[in-house]
Design a protein around this ligand. Structure first.
Ligand code: SAM
Length: 322
């Protein structure tokens, strides 16, 4: 149960898998916690409460609007708190290089409800808005640039790779044809083009017809997978032995990266199986808390449909305490 002051309001992002995140991170008073995807501070509020007035919370977000939520959070956090703006991979690396150590790190990937629900941010295919999709609004590249300027074959690649879109070729071709006449400015124009490009029966199955292309564009614009790839080793580096890392992903591309990273760093000896004794001396760096990813309950999905695709993976850093 959330303390009263921390109850989310109707417009806030509802933290997903909240109890499971708390359980995995098992934050204790006096520790240093990093919420690398602060958003509206839903998870941060819970983790700060677990610090019970003693410890530090470092928040990271690349979206400048997180500052407003952080200001509200800071007043109620009851612990020392700091917000660092920027891409989590760069910020985690910098913190680590500066000798900052953490006991618990959370990455709750993707976009927040505030980003999705603000039409002017252009993340949503369900409202007509400018084609934007930048989490960091100071960044140059926007969805408008990708849709109007990237070569057709690159559009095909990202729609396939990041959206797992079956009709990638047809959609990319239709986009290029349409932009020659008039550049895309709004999400509604793109949605109409996608709808016309795919065969009629496919428009009615597998969710909204623009869902996969919008996911692909968002991942490309924000370079989400490269950030995640670079952030995981930086987070591990920053953790103290015994420190916990929890990552919530929302699609298989992210989850695959997290799973592969955890498996690699959980491996001990890497000598060929026919070696009589270990010569590599390689020790596991992580121990997974659960073998399989943790999924939301039916009750959570019913209350918060956006949690449906969430998967939580968590691990503890090995080694003797410093
Ligand atoms: C799913 S929301 C997190 C919501 C948060 N856990 C809460 O309970 O309010 C993801 C947040 O992470 C931020 N984000 C995503 N990728 C990021 C990155 N590479 N670097 C920094 N922030 C990122 C987004 O801007 C967004 O605010």
């Amino acid at each position: 149960m959330l303390p009263n002051v921390l109850q989310p309001s109707a417009t806030d992002h509802v933290p997903v898998l909240a109890d499971q995140v708390r359980e995995s991170l098992a934050v204790r008073p006096g520790e240093t916690v990093v919420d690398a995807t602060f958003g509206a501070g839903g998870h941060a509020a819970l983790l700060a409460a677990d610090l019970q007035g003693r410890g530090k919370l470092i928040a990271i977000d690349r979206d400048p609007t997180a500052r407003t939520y952080f200001a509200r959070f800071e007043k109620r956090a009851g612990v020392q708190a700091r917000l660092l703006s920027g891409d989590f991979c760069a910020v985690l690396q910098q913190l680590s290089e500066n000798g900052v150590r953490a006991d618990a790190i959370l990455l709750d990937l993707g976009v927040s409800s505030m980003q999705l629900d603000r039409p002017e941010r252009g993340f949503s295919y369900s409202v007509d808005a400018p084609l934007d999709m930048r989490m960091d609004t100071s960044q140059d590249l926007s969805a408008r640039d990708v849709v109007n300027e990237w070569p057709e074959r690159e559009l095909v690649t990202i729609f396939r790779r990041y959206g797992e879109e079956r009709f990638a070729k047809q959609i990319a071709r239709a986009i290029v044809r349409r932009r020659k006449e008039q550049p895309f400015e709004r999400t509604g124009e793109l949605v109409d083009t996608i709808k016309c490009a795919i065969p009629a029966p496919a428009r009615f199955g597998e969710g909204h017809p623009a869902k996969r292309v919008f996911q692909a564009l968002r991942i490309a614009v924000n370079d989400e997978l490269s950030s995640l790839e670079a952030a995981l080793p930086a987070a591990l580096e920053m953790l103290r032995p015994g420190g916990r890392l929890a990552v919530i992903s929302f699609h298989s591309l992210e989850d695959r990266i997290v799973k592969r990273f955890l498996r690699e760093r959980e491996r001990g000896c890497t000598c060929p199986p026919d070696f009589p004794v270990c010569v590599c001396g390689h020790e596991p760096e992580l121990r997974a808390i659960e073998r399989r990813p943790v999924r939301p309950s039916q009750a959570e999905v019913a209350a918060n449909p956006r949690s449906a695709s969430a998967r939580l993976r968590a691990a503890v850093k090995t080694g003797a305490p410093e």
